[in-house]
Design a protein around this ligand. Sequence first.
Ligand code: 4AD
Ligand code: MG
Length: 465
Amino acid sequence: MTRGSDLPRTRIVRALEAAPGTRLRVQGWVRTVRRGKEVAFFEVNDGSCLANLQVVAGAGEPGFDEARDLSTGTAVDVVGTLVESPAKGQKVELRPESIEIVGRAAPDYPLQKKRHSFEFLRTIAHLRVRTNTFGAVFRVRNALAYGTHRFFQERGFVYVHTPIITSSDTEGAGELFRVTTFDLANVPTKDGAVDDAADFFGRAAYLTVSGQLCAEAMAIGLSDVYTFGPTFRAENSNTSRHASEFWMIEPEMAFCDLAGDCDLAEAYVKFLIGEVFDRCAEDMAFFDKRIAPGIVERLEHVASSSFERMSYADAVAALERSGETFEYPVGFGLALQAEHERWLTEKHVGRPVFVTDWPKEIKAFYMRRNDDGRTVAAMDLLVPGVGELIGGSQREERADVLEAAITEAGLDPEAYAWYVDLRRYGTVPHSGFGLGFERLVMYVTGMTNIRDVIPFPRTPRHCAY
Ligand code: 4AD
Ligand code: MG
């Protein structure tokens, strides 16, 4: 039994701030060991911060033999007293009175001191959280999640939970994962087609691509709501910005138009930047130094300047005038590809930009038809490095216009009858958006692959762990 086990654990982030002379206990994993004849050093990290706590034991002092016996990756429980550190880069170090080896790391522990590529670390996603980069990514991710709740709660939004299993394809893009209890070797059929009525829910069911439609129902009653949950898209595209499972924050506001929607999105993104600087300053300095030089200054600039707003028509005109050669064609009515988004936000505007009022043909059925008859009140927020961070719109609040759009989109009017009801009973102008949480983490950390900002990524052909 460890001596001093009566002492509660101190997280390393606190230990590093405590005064010399403080007696405390830390528990964590050994990062590095240096063994000398006269003195043994090791550094321990418990994930509470980027920095390690150095433990130093001289020959003949308590813990010396144990310290010499450690290897990288080993779990330890150390009791000792902080002393001023003579070494630079740290204020204090720990003189142990006891070191318990809680769990040894086998000699093939893959995270030895050298730097590993992110590609390699993806193959050991269960261990990569113990590296500086991934520890920092997941602490920032946590701060962004906490900041999200803070932002909306402080503004009176109600956090609502929308279903994960659904029967509607909100975005109408057909990128749905089917949820079924059918025996796939023996699927019931009726008149030559799959008999959905024989399935678990008595109809076809899917994993949700968005909580929006249900969030709208909640907003038309609670006024301002938000969701924060996992969403799923069976989009077979292997890019650095698409995951099959990702998290989305979807606020929805009653009595709100597209301009109000953009205002909220801008305030939210700026708030989160401030939040991360407040809560993860050390991690942000790390990203600035090691991952994306200049990112701190860029984000500070973004937090203090106003986002650009331009119509899709103006964006297309600017792209046409750009003189750039793009891989994909540009023209009114065509979707903006990643290369176009990046040019607009990075080269043309140089900061985040809302692109508004898109052609109705390339946007979802629920977006409010503009008076020109050809565009809808939609917005995408494009940000440097990431491209589309947010997609949102004012919703069609007129029952007849919505019904026509549902039919035009080839959707089953019966399945959306409840959604049209919202327009029949006390309809109001309302708006909302969806922010891709992983894209936000990428934007704030400068990490360039979505697989590196979610603990266990799901992408086409990858579902390990
Ligand atoms: O633009 P999207 O498809 O919008 C919606 O789902 C709306 N129902 C949102 C709303 O108005 N309530 O998706 C919203 C955001 C995108 O801007 C992007 O950041 C992210 O979700 N996103 C993805 N992130 C990672 N992997 C994917 N495959 C993503 N698809 C969309
Ligand atoms: Mg979108």
